[in-house]
Design a protein around this ligand. Structure first.
Ligand code: ITT
Length: 199
């Protein structure tokens, strides 16, 4: 049985593939299916977007699929960028321009008030039918400047609680042990394993 990872983000894909490697399924990237539709992420929650992506892609490819919608909530910004994390700095946004915008908006905010939370929702669907969804989160704070060069997205400006280094400084192995994505995938894997057992 094959499992499609319904993301076009290569950085997320890499983490998801690593975290799913013990599943007895052939994990395949959406990048192998150029004809697959572009799913419009117009939901107001991470959950609704993840479900939409998993359901539409699994229906189109007539197979089992997982989708990830994730984002960074910053308390001092009223929990923004949240569901809008990918395009926070507008059309043509890059990881760098998004990080710069966050740091600019927080420039007068002291370290004690730079609380943030990374959230990830993983949805699982088969041939257009939703099987389940799971959420993972990790709390932390935003740095005053980007630090480290591993990972992606907001990793250089996020320090998880209990650590002194950003995700980008900790490195991918340590990030994968504690991240929002790994917590969501631990739960999602149980959903997949139970579902696969019914065959
Ligand atoms: P798909 O919809 O194709 O999966 P995307 O990049 O558009 O890819 P999202 O809408 O879920 O994905 O946007 C999430 C954004 O949040 C992502 O582009 C990063 O900027 C950021 N992000 C998510 N998880 C992250 C992580 O583990 N570390 C750093 N930044 C992350």
């Amino acid at each position: 049985m094959r499992l499609i990872v319904a993301t076009r983000n290569r950085d997320k894909l890499k983490e998801i593939k690593t975290l799913l490697k013990d599943l007895p399924l052939k994990v395949i990237s959406l990048n192998n299916f150029s004809s697959a539709p572009e799913v419009r992420e117009n939901g107001r929650t991470l959950e609704s977007n993840a479900i939409k992506k998993a359901v539409q892609i699994s229906k189109f490819l007539k197979t089992l699929a997982v989708a990830d919608d994730s984002g960074l909530e910053i308390e001092a910004l009223g929990n923004k960028p949240g569901v809008y994390s990918a395009r926070f700095s507008g059309k043509g946004a890059t990881y760098k321009s998004n990080n710069e915008k966050v740091l600019r908006l927080l420039q007068d905010i002291p370290l004690s008030k730079r609380k943030a939370c990374f959230r990830c929702v993983i949805a699982v669907a088969d041939k257009g039918k939703l099987i389940g969804a799971a959420e993972g989160k990790i709390k932390g704070r935003i740095t005053q400047r980007p630090l480290g060069n591993t990972g992606f997205g907001y990793d250089p400006i996020f320090i998880p609680n209990g650590y002194k280094k950003t995700f980008a400084q900790l490195g991918i192995n340590r990030k994968n042990k504690i991240s929002h994505r790994s917590k969501a995938l631990v739960k999602a894997k149980k959903v997949i394993e139970e579902y696969v057992l019914t065959f």
